[in-house]
Design a protein around this ligand. Structure first.
Ligand code: LMR
Length: 314
């Protein structure tokens, strides 16, 4: 019998998303999980690890969670998901988090470089496109091993609102949201199909506009409801789908913030586009054919991302 090594998943940040990531990872039997946070949060990560291990005994999952404040425990991770950082509160933009989260990212990226340079790293911290840029620059990890999670989340929100509006199963909605993880993101309405039928034939323009707006403001809607933090269930599931595609070499086509080198006319910036994720990390970047208005919307989104990224002092 061939023995395969159990995979290791490092989760940096033991907050709401981190706890959910750990839970979903063991429920999917993806590998052993190390839940890391700073010493002030030691009880939190150790408690969550113990709690989940007790649940996995009930349900019979074979993966274990370790709560730690020591980077050495993260060493050798196959996948790392970063949720460390501060979430926004009502009235704040994601960009308002730049300074505080960049400080945290500097430390996280340097430690990944030291302890887990072979990992596939998924960033969830905001402002997402700028954080993933800083992460790759500081960690110096190969460009195909660093991505930002947002497109999966934004696309999932878009699909959810479409299915709700039509009263149909979300499984039959095929859609894609391109661009930066901000208010200018670009849900590709013209490319969306429901059971093979173009969405534009199923909903009137005012309904489509309302869905696009709600998708763009999807994060803020939850910040307004939670009051003290931001979304955590859907972001965790979204990041796990990317981690799973890497760990199991699924080669899924998922929207992610990837480093563009000329594609879409963009060079040297991370931006949300469809990519193939497999054992090689980002194995391909796809470039769907866009019409003039989609190109213009994407350019607007890129200019917002560029403005934030250009203000990053590494
Ligand atoms: C989200 O979209 O849920 C996250 O980016 C968190 C936020 O601040 O909106």
């Amino acid at each position: 019998m061939t023995q395969t090594r159990k995979k290791k998943i490092g989760l940096i940040g033991g907050g709401q998303i981190g706890g959910n990531l750990a839970l979903i990872a063991v429920q999917k039997n993806l590998g052993d999980v190390v839940l890391f946070d700073i010493p002030a949060a030691e009880g939190l990560v150790k408690g969550k690890a113990l709690d989940i291990n007790q649940l996995s005994a009930v349900d019979g999952y074979d993966c274990r969670v370790t709560g730690t404040t020591d980077w050495k425990d993260v060493a050798g991770s196959d996948v790392i998901i970063i949720t460390a950082g501060v979430p926004r509160k009502p009235g704040m933009s994601r960009e308002d988090l730049l300074d505080i989260n960049l400080k945290i990212m500097r430390d996280v990226a340097a430690n990944i470089k030291t302890h887990a340079p072979g990992a596939f790293v998924i960033n969830v911290a905001n402002p997402l496109d700028a954080m993933v840029f800083a992460l790759q620059k500081i960690s110096e990890l190969p460009k195909h091993m660093v991505v930002g999670m947002a497109g999966v989340l934004d696309t999932s929100r878009f699909k959810c609102f479409v299915a709700e509006a039509l009263g149909c199963s979300i499984r039959d909605v095929e859609a894609l949201v391109l661009g930066g993880h901000g208010d200018d993101m670009v849900p590709l309405v013209r490319h969306t199909t429901v059971g093979g039928v173009p969405l534009t034939e199923l909903l009137a323009q005012d309904k489509l506009d309302a869905i696009v707006k709600r998708t763009r403001e999807g994060g803020a809607e939850l910040v307004g409801l939670y009051k003290t933090g931001s979304a955590y269930f859907a972001p965790a599931s979204s990041a796990i789908s990317m981690a799973e595609s890497f760990l199991l070499d699924r080669k899924r086509i998922l929207p992610a913030a990837a480093l563009l080198e000329g594609q879409y006319g963009i060079n040297g910036y991370f931006f949300g586009v469809p990519v193939q994720i497999g054992a090689g990390g980002v194995e391909k970047i796809l470039t769907p054919k866009l019409d003039e208005s989609e190109k213009a919307a994407l350019e607007k989104s890129f200019q917002s991302v560029k403005k934030t990224v250009d203000s990053v002092k590494l």
